[in-house]
Design a protein around this ligand. Structure first.
Ligand code: NBP
Length: 484
């Protein structure tokens, strides 16, 4: 066995693990590599890791013996049971003060549970979001670590060293205790669902209403990528629009329109419902994927259910493309405002102190939602760390005002001409709801009290719950007042 000791061990030699190991190796760290299917260790050493300092381990026992103390063991394996299984095998092999890091897409409540269980055994546990896909892992991901705070000094140099950098700043910082890292990663993924849906709606409008060709749409996305929408997702969309299959046709048009999903968008929507935060755009983005996956059903429905008779835009195309750009930008602002509202509420409920400016910086580079826009969000939280909502920041307030007329034109045109724009529309509805001092919920309260004696409060006397006998034949007993 080699006498060289490893700085960190990495379990899981699939796409993320292999690339993160090579990234760590490039930064001067000696990594011990292990995988459940042990044959993959030798394959990795003989191929991708050939000529590097990476050390292979053929058992967990060997892996642990090869590490400097305190030992740092990072897992990049399928989320769920495999993570618990590895933890169970690792615990008897480790000592107090050693660090276990889960870099997979784990559910944040699993991370809370694991941090507590391992903490009770004297081990330090970190649940870290890792974003950026294969390329990010290899050349600089966005890393969102959270868990046992005592673990941070032991992993800070490695994590910040290998992460993406924006103007010299690492896209990695300590997020918070327990499951905070995985919660923030989950919201990141939810926002990613939203951004993708918004781009898809822009594509749908340009294709269906304006009859733009793929080359023309590629040019539009290219132009958009030079301004306030500059981002990784707009950039790859431009490249996808231009990409041709072997037969010379555009590949994207031959792909079945049924979106897949692995669950993190759904988890964000579930968390939004649980914490009572109106994260409507991510919710719509998840449902839009669900509707898309009913592909065969939609094909049948399309033969039976007619929409409006006019389905083409007859106005100034160039002006409408600019309207779509503004609608996308305004909706994106709403989506991020909603995502940060969710993190704020969860942090309050779970007792985490989250630094929202640092989170924006973590997402500024390396990850799938990286964009210039996140620099503006970072500045907003730097100006005011207690900012209650992004929509109230001067920069975003002005930006959304500049887009408002275009946004309304796009949503109303889409409605009139029968093109679904669930994300653009829900963002606008939220915007109008959020800026409305008096909503019709007084009627909901009256209805609830009418049929269920649920009580209501008076505008001029909040806090006092009243029941009215609306029909004259109901009783005067009211239901218990609580919020689910
Ligand atoms: P996968 O998610 O495909 O996981 C592959 C690894 O999990 C292999 O090492 C495999 O071992 C191991 N594994 C499986 Br599958 N079932 C196992 C079990 N029952 N017990 C023990 N090990 C098991 O790899 P990935 O795409 O590299 O992702 C790794 C983690 O990072 C996941 O949590 C993923 O959600 C997350 N993530 C992925 C991306 C991405 O772009 N792919 C981005 C960000 C985060 P084996 O070789 O023996 O089957």
């Amino acid at each position: 066995m080699t006498s060289v000791k490893g700085d960190i061990a990495l379990i899981g030699l699939a796409v993320m693990g292999q690339n993160l190991i090579l990234n760590m190796n490039d930064h001067g760290y000696t990594v011990v590599a292990y995988n459940r299917t042990v044959a993959k260790v030798d394959q990795f050493l003989a191929n991708e890791a050939k000529g590097t300092k990476v050390i292979g381990a053929h058992s967990l026992e060997e892996m642990v013996k090869l590490l400097k103390k305190p030992r740092r063991v990072m897992m990049l394996v399928k989320a769920g049971k495999p993570v618990d299984d590895f933890i169970e095998l690792l615990v008897p092999l480790l000592e107090k003060g050693d660090v276990i890091i889960d870099g997979g897409n784990s559910e944040y409540r699993d991370t809370i549970r694991r941090a507590k269980d391992l903490g009770a055994k004297g081990l330090l546990f970190v649940g870290s979001g890792v974003s950026g896909g294969e390329d990010g892992a290899r050349y600089g991901p966005s890393l969102m670590p959270g868990g046992s705070p005592e673990a941070w000094p032991h992993i800070k140099d490695i994590f910040q060293g290998i992460s993406a950098k924006v103007e010299g700043d690492p896209c990695c910082d300590w997020v918070g205790p327990e499951g905070a890292g995985h919660f923030v990663k989950m919201v990141h993924n939810g926002i990613e669902y939203g951004d993708m849906q918004l781009i898809c709606e822009a594509y749908h409008l340009m294709k269906s209403l304006l009859d733009l060709s793929n080359a023309e749409m590629a040019n539009v996305f290219d132009e958009w990528n030079k301004g306030e929408l500059e981002s990784f997702l707009i950039e790859i969309t431009r490249d996808i629009m231009n990409f041709k299959d072997k037969d010379g046709s555009h590949l994207v048009e031959k792909i079945r329109d049924a979106a897949g999903q692995k669950g993190t968008g759904k988890w964000t929507a579930i968390a939004a419902l649980e914490y009572g935060v109106p994260v409507t755009l991510i919710g719509e983005a998840v449902f839009a994927r669900c509707l898309s996956s009913l592909q065969s059903e939609r094909v049948i429905a399309s033969q039976h259910i007619a929409g409006p008779t006019t389905t083409k835009y007859t106005g100034d195309k160039k002006a409408f493309i600019e309207d779509i750009r503004k609608a996308l930008y305004a909706s994106k602002i709403v989506s991020y405002a909603q995502g940060f509202m969710l993190m704020r509420e969860a942090a309050k409920e779970l007792g985490w102190a989250l630094n929202f400016g640092a989170i924006a910086l973590m997402w500024r580079g390396g990850c799938i939602i990286r964009s210039v826009f996140l620099g503006n969000i970072k500045q907003a939280f730097e100006k005011n760390s207690n900012l209650s909502n992004l929509l109230l920041d001067d920069f975003f307030k002005t930006a959304i005002q500049n887009c408002q007329e275009s946004w309304r034109r796009v949503v109303s045109t889409a409605v009139n001409l029968g093109v679904p724009t669930p994300a653009f529309s829900t963002a606008l509805a939220f915007f109008d709801g959020y800026r409305t001092a008096k909503l019709p919920a007084n009627l909901i309260q009256a209805q609830r009290d009418y049929f269920g004696a649920h009580t209501y409060e008076m505008v001029n006397n909040p806090g006092t719950h009243i029941h009215t006998n609306w029909t004259g034949h109901g009783g005067n007993v009211s239901s218990t007042t609580y919020s689910a």
